[in-house]
Design a protein around this ligand. Structure first.
Ligand SMILES: Cc1cc2nc3c(=O)[nH]c(=O)nc-3n(C[C@H](O)[C@H](O)[C@H](O)COP(=O)(O)O)c2cc1C
Length: 372
């Protein structure tokens, strides 16, 4: 049995948490220890609202990465309502097995933060506070990037969690930079005093668009002004494995987080310069197994196929986003029309790298189409 089948075979369906059926808890991974390891750069799959669901996380976990985030979960909603819990977080005991699983929270007060941590702490390895989200509605409520302009509030939340749980709960904060970098340094020092476990710095300001380059000089400056026992992760513009080392060296950090690069290519940290077909079969498998909404699977496949090799023509990619695609069944039909999509359990499942076309016109590259 190949390694991938071996890895999938023990998976239970993704259970909804917190849920009485999930009486078992996760075997914890010590994420902080990973980030503190000076002998290697920690490779981190950062948070994406909508997309970092369990099927995407488990797909990434087949490749070389150390830590994987959930999307930002709004703490206030999560504690308020069963349906919010069902839609916002699902996992199983195997989810991101042997990798660190971090739940990221959108939160503006310590009461909501602690109540959410209490509900989820047995099912993940650490928590993160989102202090980088630039969306106005969240910022108006002092959630996300606005928190970097409310250092007392942010530090107070960290202090409350670390005072209550100490080592039992590892807590990260993901921030953006201020125009005046020394303000970011001050904020990080305050968080360090409050016992934050590590800080992720996205090298853009609150209003910097992602089309602008990440400011690695800022991350380097901030890192250099902070005590070395405070681990710093650099985030921004990491699009392949070479970038990991370049960014780590340039900023003097031990951890690098990639986000848009991972959406396009969940195998990127394994050194793939394009999305291997096996990642596509895996995400289709997990999406069906765990019940991902078809529109999210459609978006994942569009990003991944658009970055695959040999790449489909734009006409074929467009067909994936066509209004005729109304369900997961339609997506599977689409895939079966143009590609040799293997199912879990079928020989050859999740083994191939190049896109296995069955319709030669689906790519501009010359192919030998052998499996028609
Ligand atoms: C689709 C999408 C969703 C995102 N959702 C979150 C989120 O939930 N929490 C967060 O802290 N940042 C979020 N971000 C920002 C990323 O985590 C990251 O900081 C940013 O994309 C820069 O990294 P990159 O250059 O590797 O993409 C999101 C970004 C994208 C593209």
């Amino acid at each position: 049995m190949n390694e991938i089948i071996e890895q999938i075979k023990d998976n239970e369906p993704c259970r909804i948490l917190p849920y009485e059926q999930t009486y078992k808890t996760r075997t914890k991974v010590n994420v902080l220890k990973m980030i503190q390891d000076p002998t290697k750069i920690t490779k981190i799959v950062g948070p994406m609202v909508r997309y970092s669901k369990s099927s995407f996380r488990d797909t990434c976990a087949h490749f070389d990465c150390d830590i994987i985030y959930t999307p930002m979960i709004l703490a206030r909603e999560f504690i308020r309502n069963d349906m919010a819990r069902i839609s916002e977080f699902s996992t199983n005991l195997e989810n991101t097995k042997n990798k660190g699983l971090i739940v990221q929270l959108g939160v503006n007060n310590k009461e909501d933060l602690i109540r959410t941590i209490e509900l989820l702490k047995d099912y993940c390895d650490a928590f993160g506070i989102n202090s980088g989200c630039p969306i106005k509605q969240q910022n108006d409520e002092m959630i996300g990037a606005q928190l970097i302009y409310n250092p007392e509030g942010l530090i107070d939340m960290v202090r409350a969690v670390k005072a209550k749980y100490k080592e039992e709960v590892q807590l990260e904060v993901k921030i953006r930079i201020h125009d005046n970098w020394d303000q970011t340094v001050e904020l990080c020092k305050g968080l360090h005093d409050a016992n934050v476990d590590w800080i992720t710095i996205h090298g853009r300001g609150k209003t910097t668009r992602s089309s602008q380059p990440c400011n690695f000089e800022a991350i380097k400056y901030i890192r250099s002004k902070l005590p070395m026992d405070l681990p710093i992760v650099a985030n921004g513009d990491c699009f392949d494995l070479n970038d990991v080392e370049k960014i780590a060296n340039r900023c003097g950090v031990q951890g690098v987080m990639a986000v848009r690069g991972m959406l396009d290519n969940p195998a990127m940290f394994s050194g793939y310069s394009y999305t291997p077909w096996k990642a596509i079969e895996l995400i289709v498998h997990y999406s069906i197994e765990y019940g991902l909404h078809f529109a999210l699977l459609q978006h994942h496949l569009h990003c991944m196929l658009g970055n695959s090799s040999p790449k489909p023509t734009s006409a074929i990619l467009k067909k994936l986003m066509d209004t005729n695609i109304k369900s997961t069944f339609d997506i599977i039909d689409y895939l079966d029309t143009y590609f040799d999509l293997k199912r879990y359990g079928e020989s050859g499942f999740a083994e191939r790298d190049e896109v296995p076309y069955i319709v030669a016109e689906a790519t501009n590259f010359k192919l030998e189409v052998s499996n028609q």
